[in-house]
Design a binder for this molecule. Structure first.
Ligand SMILES: Cc1cc2nc3c(=O)[nH]c(=O)nc-3n(C[C@H](O)[C@H](O)[C@H](O)COP(=O)(O)O)c2cc1C
Length: 225
């Protein structure tokens, strides 16, 4: 697979095959993604990887928690989105919801159905491998951007191994449960989770292509004529 195909075929995968992943590949992926650039080469990312029994144990703890509380109402340590949203951002987010829930046949008014799909985040969409990405809480926007670069390096390189991924900021809402389980040091803050596995590309949770803005909406060119 070349780099163009890796980028083009990456999706946020929300349904995985029940097929184990060679954990040496995951380690290799975590190492290779370190080639991501970072300002001043700070490499502001920390990774926690879970599989097998620790992942099962963690999921059991999480299921107990979300059975009692609606995770959408839990406050994350950082504001995941500005509130309220506006303009094109608001429209794109709404369009994303329509596309995802529409593909799954979940109506706008089906609150239980929507909650059920949101809760699938906390099963890592059944992926056999789960990552958590954390950052030193004293670092700033530049290093958060670098962390995003590392996450995308993971996602693109995963394609080279035939793997799929889903970055999951939903986990930021359960930062306390995650922090306790991983025994995160006080200076580390959870940014997101990431599900990794072999995606079922035919499943309706994955069977759509997310749209992108037109070129003129986000790029201006000078001296290109
Ligand atoms: C940092 C980050 C966090 C995300 N968090 C979630 C999440 O919690 N749950 C989810 O289902 N998708 C999540 N997504 C996936 C986005 O919804 C997705 O990237 C977007 O809709 C574009 O679709 P695509 O990735 O399939 O191209 C996240 C993506 C990023 C980059």
């Amino acid at each position: 697979m070349d780099v163009f195909e890796a980028v083009d075929s990456r999706i946020s995968c929300r349904w995985f095959h029940d097929k184990p992943v060679d954990l040496n590949i995951v380690k290799e992926l975590i190492v290779k993604a370190q080639r991501a650039a970072s300002g001043g080469n700070l490499q502001s990312w920390n990774v926690y990887a879970l599989a097998n029994e620790p992942l099962k144990q963690f999921k059991r703890i999480v299921q107990e928690r979300i059975a009692k509380d609606d995770p959408r109402k839990s406050k994350s340590e950082y504001p995941i989105y500005p509130e309220p949203m506006w303009g094109a951002y608001k429209e794109r987010r709404e369009e994303h919801g329509v596309q995802l829930y529409g593909s799954l046949g979940i109506d706008r008014d089906d609150h239980e159905g929507r909650l059920g799909q949101y809760k699938r985040n906390f099963e890592f969409f059944n992926a056999p491998v789960a990552l958590f990405l954390t950052i030193d809480r004293k670092l700033g926007p530049g290093q958060w951007a670098d962390l995003g670069g590392y996450i995308h390096a993971l996602a693109f390189l995963a394609r080279g191994y035939g793997l799929d991924t889903c970055p999951q900021e939903a986990w930021a809402r359960l930062y306390d449960t995650v922090g306790e389980f991983l025994k995160l040091p006080p200076n580390e803050m959870l940014f997101c989770g990431m599900a990794i596995g072999y995606g079922d590309r035919k499943h309706k949770a994955n069977d759509f292509r997310s749209p992108r803005a037109e070129l003129h909406e986000f790029a201006k060119f000078h001296g290109f004529d």
